[in-house]
Write a protein that binds this ligand. Structure first.
Ligand code: PLP
Length: 492
């Protein structure tokens, strides 16, 4: 940096506008190059534990450093430690996208740097949140009585939903009395979900004092969907044994296999038993935007709450999760607390989003979502999601046609669960597939992850990055086939 830059900024104050402009252009150029060719990097970072820490000074610099130095260290130290989630060959976990418009929207969120806790503290942040969530609600085809609120992650959305479910139990008064009241009334709260539900449900139960013992995992069918008859039996049995059933979670797109729980039948049980029904559509919810996938949402209109994550499969950079709730007043009752210093004149006229969760401060997340929805439009979003569904079906067909691989779960969405199972192998299939995954990921061209299904080590290929095209999926298939050949060669 030239001395004049610092001088222009003065001894105090921020970077000068001139310097910001210069480096801003450079950073945007860097990002544009990065996004246009992420394949120059291995998808998974090859950093060893401690390598990044050791390359950095142990204490912050005493005097300011130049942006040139900072950007050079970014390139040389930080980038090698980045696993490239924005890479078109990222097929692990659930693959996500920081799209161009989403990244530009993030820049404005940082530039405005508003705290969207109250309507008054930035009306645009609150009202844009209401508008974008109403747009998304319509795109998904959710009924009008689903009101939305943005949190950082599905884990927090679900935590808040389960807190509301608990608040809705008559006479518990956990908000006022804490868990002591529940114990002294000899009531033990019970929450239901399937064995395939995401661990965020367990974490919510741990955090809310329901405890892991308060969760009952309901059996699933052969396609990994919750068995509603087993749910009904579990609730009955629990009531007999003195539990207080209060909530069930159904998932649209479970984490391991993307199975879709039968919401209408689960809703029947919930209505009969007066349980709060929370639907976890964190990943799968995006697919419901595509007309031919709307069937997924059957019965959801009877749910009390639903979470979906635009930061998973809707091209919005992390973080942005949406909780829809049909009983917003209960969610508010669970959390709202307005000290004098946060009181405003217009509480009856507007929404203050701080009232709907444990946090006060909130980022202006809606702006990146607004950019994404406007830039791609409903049709653009639909065609991109549809493309991912087609790519997954294509990959699944290669697995099905191969004599070396087999599929281990249906493919309702964009994730394929499979494993290598060559007829001639003498090796234990779990060991073989573990080795195969390691080999493929070590090569660094594609990144896959795994799960266990019915005790079997299972490979997962999840499609969801906006830049993924058929050639990237083909590359994954070639890498898997090549790695399998290598392993077989060694064994021979
Ligand atoms: N629910 C499901 C079905 C998921 O697959 C995940 C994460 O993959 C989550 C919830 C948690 O998402 P988040 O990271 O936004 O908390």
């Amino acid at each position: 940096m030239k001395a004049t830059d610092r001088e222009a900024a003065g001894a105090l104050g921020d970077m000068s506008a001139e310097e910001f402009r210069r480096y801003g252009h450079r950073v945007v150029d860097w990002i544009a190059d990065y996004l246009s060719n992420p394949q120059r990097y291995p998808v998974v970072s090859r950093a060893r534990p401690g390598e990044i820490k050791n390359a950095l000074p142990a204490a912050a610099p005493a005097t300011g450093e130049s942006m040139d130095q900072i950007l050079s260290d970014l390139e040389n130290i930080i980038v090698p430690g980045v696993t490239h989630w924005n890479h078109p060959c990222f097929f692990a976990y659930f693959s996500i996208s920081g799209s161009g418009p989403g990244i530009l929207g993030e820049m404005f969120a940082a530039a405005f740097n508003v705290n969207a806790m109250l309507w008054r503290t930035s009306p645009s942040a609150t009202e844009l949140e209401e508008v974008t969530l109403n747009w998304l609600r319509q795109l998904m085809g959710l009924p009008e009585d689903f009101e939305g609120v943005i949190y950082d992650t599905a884990s927090i959305s679900t935590l808040c939903a389960i807190a509301a479910a608990r608040e809705a139990v008559p006479g518990l008064r956990v908000r006022e009395e804490g868990l002591n009241n529940v114990e002294s009334a000899n009531k033990r709260l019970r929450l239901y979900c399937s064995e395939h539900t995401h661990s965020s449900i367990d974490k919510a139960a741990i955090t809310l004092g329901i405890g892991q013992a308060g969760i009952r995992k309901v059996a699933t069918d052969t396609d990994f969907r919750m068995d509603p008859a087993a749910l009904a039996l579990a609730v009955e049995e629990d009531r007999r044994q003195g539990w207080l059933p209060f909530c069930a979670v159904a998932t649209l797109g479970t984490t391991s296999t993307t199975s879709i729980d039968p919401v209408p039948e689960i809703a029947d049980v919930c209505e009969r038993e007066k349980l709060w029904l929370h639907v976890d559509a964190a990943y799968g919810g995006s697919a419901a935007i595509v007309p031919e996938m709307k069937w997924m949402l059957k019965g959801v209109e009877r749910a009390d709450s639903l979470v979906m994550n635009p930061h998973k499969w809707l091209f919005v950079p992390v973080d942005l999760s949406v909780l829809y709730c049909r009983r917003m007043e209960v969610l508010k009752q669970a959390f709202s607390l307005v000290p004098e210093y946060l009181r405003t004149q217009m509480e009856s006229e507007v929404k203050n989003f701080m009232d709907y969760g444990p946090q006060l401060g909130r980022r202006f997340r809606a702006i990146k979502f607004w950019f994404v929805m406007r830039y791609f439009g409903a049709d653009g979003i639909k065609s991109r999601i549809r493309h991912h569904l087609e790519l997954a079906r294509e990959f699944a067909s290669w697995v099905d046609e191969s004599s070396d691989f087999e599929r281990l779960a249906p493919v309702p969405l964009s994730t394929v669960c499979f494993r290598a199972a060559p007829a001639d192998t003498e090796t234990d299939l779990d060991l073989l597939n573990e080795r195969l995954l390691e080999e493929v990921n070590r090569e660094g061209k594609v990144y896959l992850s795994h799960t266990k299904l019915d005790g079997r080590f299972t490979l997962r290929l999840a499609i969801g990055n906006i830049r993924t095209q058929i050639e990237h999926v083909k590359l994954a298939w070639e890498e898997l086939s090549r790695a399998l050949e290598r392993i077989r060669g060694e064994a021979a």
